[in-house]
Design a protein around this ligand. Structure first.
Ligand SMILES: [Zn+2]
Ligand SMILES: [Zn+2]
Ligand SMILES: [Zn+2]
Length: 102
């Protein structure tokens, strides 16, 4: 699988807490709607996807050059690099975690 250096070994632990866990930061401010949400790895900005009218995740990259985001949809574990336009997966997903107390 082709993967860029930005996405290599990126895990959920590399992402800060979302700044606006309730939704897209700009959409919440403007009162507009979004389809799906993306979170920036560098600053925790939450923006909406390119299927949303605002496309605020892409706008955030253009404003800040923060290259890596992930989907924060429930169950999603993929990442995206805007610089190389490549998709990756979060490393070390809980499915493979060893010690599970039952
Ligand atoms: Zn990259
Ligand atoms: Zn938005
Ligand atoms: Zn950012």
């Amino acid at each position: 699988m082709e993967i860029c250096v930005d996405l290599r070994n990126v895990s959920a632990a590399d992402f800060p807490a979302p700044r606006t866990p309730d939704g897209c930061e700009e959409c919440l401010a403007q009162g507009t709607r979004w389809v799906e949400l993306r979170e920036c790895r560098d600053c925790g900005h939450v923006g909406c996807c390119d299927s949303s009218p605002g496309k605020h995740a892409t706008a955030h990259f253009k404003d800040t050059n923060h290259p890596v985001m992930r989907s924060i949809q429930p169950g999603a574990a993929w990442t995206w690099c805007y610089v190389h336009e490549l998709q990756g997966e979060l490393a070390g997903e809980p499915a493979h975690a060893g010690a599970k107390s039952t």
